[in-house]
Design a protein around this ligand. Structure first.
Ligand SMILES: O=c1ccn([C@@H]2O[C@H](COP(=O)(O)OP(=O)(O)O[C@H]3O[C@H](CO)[C@@H](O)[C@H](O)[C@H]3O)[C@@H](O)[C@H]2O)c(=O)[nH]1
Ligand SMILES: [Mn+2]
Length: 729
């Protein structure tokens, strides 16, 4: 009989997307033929020829990278039963939640996430939950304190009745069907919980409406001293599972790190590093789960699933992190703003398995602590510890301080973390609650002249710290895996309107552009293997031009067939994923729109930053609980932001072209044929830009501001003039 410790805890199943592969390859072939055609059509060499050639080459290149990413998709299957055989030896897990703004991220949302984490199906004495509050908000703190009282009822209730959805606001929402239970007292208790939760949310609601939300006495006094971005560290142990009960409520710790105006705080990456150090001093678990404040646990067994991969005898040597997909609840119908990321992760995300594994998405991810500290997979711990200065008596202290900072306690904990052996029996539960030592590692100058943000922890210098941090792990040789059990592991809020969606895309694409002009070339050379998501912003350049190039030549059959194939391919991918055709169309449409708005701007953002004209800022995405009477649903909102100028310009140009063509005002002396193909191209772009077209005539927040329209008109005129002069020459 095989030793129970050697049985694999997960397996990887390679999927065959034969249809998808065939369509994708055919498109690639067509693109190559088109390029060939261009090259050999000597007599047409001209400025438009050159632009068209450039764009088509770019498309071909990005398409090649897309197929190579999608080529070998896989999924992982975990063997929970095998892991549960070793239940007594499960390792500790530290859970990090980040929140940053009590207005954009209402505390009730954070509270629900925290409650769902505290109620995870995992021994409570092996869990600790750390909440980082970058807003230093007494309201968030108050909400967590109140939530803990409720947790003492909620956690046992969930475990007793094996409740599926452990975020109360979802559990009690009308849609969630409350599971029938064989226990007669269930209904009664469920009602009681509902009442208790109602009280909790109204307490938080009331506190948020008061001008001075919380008393400035007692434990809240410390918050009264704070000023905007200028306050000391506040760390509070809200709840300690003192007796180490495995069926109790896990530890809950609140952390608001020190901030001073003259010190950069590095946004989320900075917060994650503080969480890493404080938890290192307190529980020092070998595994870390991190979630954004809106990502509640939707599958209470998720920690067990992820650990199957991390503890597997092969996974242990190879896998740095386990990423669960990001899904969203109460989404806008048919994905009107194209931000729910359902088909994309399935086809592209799954494909990463054929490479070194999925990229780190910043949330819903389980990490190994020692990897966060910079360990490589092939490094045996001894040499690593020597490199870090742990073993060499003479240099040790100086060296470790240069890497991990001046806290002796933390250095010692890092020393232990590097030795992470699987299944450390839980002999020393809560190491110490030395708040003073913990406060020291949360100060804003702790990281000066250390490796934090450079070689250790979450890396700085980018607004998508996640992608960068994950890629650097891959460059060291680690792999990563997707864990996507049923039901979906986590669910979060997605932007409820196009403005939120655009801000988010701008941040993501500016991050990708960053790597193109990047200072740290290393990881990005690797990212050539991960080209798909990174070609996102660069698509913003050729895209607009290519929208404008129309050809009436025989060669136009190549792009036409490629276009048809592409649409057939993506539509079938959506339908197979169980999505509606309308969703597909919305995704296509938003793809065209975001390229010309957020991606375009993300690109310039980074140019400005590179030229040291501006600084990267992490704009937090607004998280609201969607209300049923949201009048904006599915409609486009506009504001004064220049982000709408390029899109409006494209729309105006295409409209002009369309009108000229249809009314037959086209001058014959150009090249005569203003064919069906051209009209079709213009019509297609206008169709994609329909929301902007509505914006041209809309009023108030539904209308594009006049100033934006004027700017776009000027640009459009300029462009049309330019084309005329080159064509008539
Ligand atoms: O100074 C800051 C700014 C943000 N956050 C937190 O970072 C998280 C993500 O911010 P959010 O505004 O929700 O960004 P999204 O665009 O929704 O986030 C996606 O993209 C980010 C990178 O761009 C990743 O970090 C996230 O995990 C990923 O969900 C939230 O919990 C914030 O509270 C901080 O802790 N401190
Ligand atoms: Mn988010």
């Amino acid at each position: 009989m095989a030793n129970r410790n050697t049985l694999p805890l997960y397996k990887k199943v390679w999927l065959k997307h034969t249809f998808s592969r065939a369509v994708d390859s055919l498109i690639f072939l067509l693109l190559l033929m088109l390029l060939g055609y261009r090259v050999f059509s000597y007599d047409h060499y001209s400025f438009p020829w050159f632009v068209a050639f450039l764009c088509e080459s770019w498309f071909t290149l990005t398409w090649l990278t897309t197929i190579s990413t999608k080529w070998t998709p896989a999924k992982t299957i975990t063997h929970l039963d095998r892991l549960l055989l070793r239940e007594g030896e499960l390792p500790q897990v530290d859970v990090f939640v980040t929140t940053a703004d009590p207005v954009l991220e209402p505390p009730i949302i954070t509270v629900n996430t925290v409650l769902s984490l505290l109620a995870l199906d995992y021994p409570a004495n092996k869990l600790a939950c750390y909440v980082s509050d970058d807003g230093c908000s007494p309201l968030t703190y108050y909400a967590l304190v109140e939530a803990t009282k409720f947790a003492k009822l909620w956690v046992p209730f969930c475990k007793k009745y094996n409740v599926q959805v452990r975020a109360p606001f979802r559990y009690f929402s009308e849609e969630a069907t409350i599971e029938k239970s064989e226990f007669p007292e269930f209904e009664q208790e469920s009602l009681k919980m509902k009442e208790e939760y109602g009280q909790l949310s109204s307490k938080i609601q009331n506190a948020s409406q008061e001008l001075n939300p919380c008393p400035v006495v007692g434990e809240y006094e410390i918050f009264s001293k704070r000023q905007l971005r200028n306050y000391p560290t506040i760390i509070k142990v809200i709840w300690e599972n003192k007796e180490g009960l495995s069926d109790g409520v896990p530890h809950l710790i609140y952390i608001s790190r020190e901030k001073r105006p003259q010190h950069p705080h590095h946004y989320k990456a900075g917060a994650m590093n503080v969480l890493t150090r404080v938890s290192g001093l307190m529980t020092n678990a070998p595994y870390i789960l991190n979630v954004d404040c809106d990502m509640y646990v939707n599958n209470p067994k998720i920690a067990l699933h992820a650990l199957c991969i991390l503890l597997d005898s092969k996974g242990e040597k190879e896998v740095a992190f386990v990423q669960c997909p990001q899904r969203f609840y109460d989404t806008v119908k048919d994905d009107a703003y194209g931000n729910q990321l359902v088909a994309l992760p399935m086809y592209i995300g799954g494909g990463f398995a054929g490479l070194q594994g999925i990229i780190y998405a910043g949330t819903n991810c389980f990490h190994r602590r020692k990897v966060i500290y910079g360990l490589s997979p092939d490094h045996d711990t001894r040499t690593a510890k020597k490199d870090f200065g742990f073993t060499d008596e003479t240099i040790s202290e100086k060296k470790t301080m240069q890497i991990f900072g001046a806290s002796k306690g933390f250095v010692e904990s890092a020393n232990h973390a590097l030795e992470e052996t699987t299944f450390t029996p839980n002999d020393k539960p809560f190491k110490s609650l030395d708040l003073e030592a913990a406060s020291q590692v949360a100060t804003c100058d702790y990281e000066y002249n250390t490796a934090w943000g450079k070689q250790v922890g979450w890396l700085y210098g980018s607004t998508s710290e996640d992608v960068l941090t994950g890629l650097v792990m891959h460059t060291k040789g680690w792999r990563s895996e997707v864990c996507s059990p049923d039901p979906m592991a986590f669910m979060g809020c997605s932007p409820q309107d196009n403005l939120g969606q655009m801000a988010q895309h701008k941040r993501w694409s500016s991050e990708s552009a960053w790597r193109i002009f990047g200072s740290q070339i290393g990881p990005y050379v690797l990212s050539l293997k991960y080209p798909m998501p990174f070609s996102l912003p660069t698509a913003s350049l050729p895209m607009p031009v290519s929208c404008l190039i129309r050809s009436a030549e025989p060669g136009m059959w190549f792009p036409i067939s490629a276009f048809v194939m592409y649409n057939v391919g993506t539509l079938s991918e959506h339908l197979i994923s169980g999505l509606s055709a309308r969703t597909w169309w919305n995704n296509q449409r938003m793809g065209r729109i975001t390229t010309m708005t957020s991606c375009f701007f993300g690109f310039f953002d980074i140019l400005l930053k590179r030229l040291k004209i501006s600084d990267t800022v992490f704009e937090i995405t607004k998280k609201d609980q969607p209300s049923s009477n949201n009048e904006n649903v599915g409609r486009f909102l506009f504001n004064e932001s220049p982000i709408f100028v390029p899109g409006t310009t494209i729309l105006l140009i295409q409209l002009t072209a369309l009108v000229t063509a249809l009314w037959g005002w086209q001058q014959v002396e150009n090249d005569g044929a203003y064919g069906l193909g051209e009209v079709f191209c213009s019509a297609y772009v206008v169709l994609c830009y329909l929301p902007l077209l509505k914006g041209l005539v809309g009023k108030g927040k539904y209308g594009i501001p006049l100033s934006t329209i004027y700017k776009a008109m000027l640009l459009a005129l300029f462009f049309v003039q330019l084309c005329r002069s080159t064509i008539t020459k």
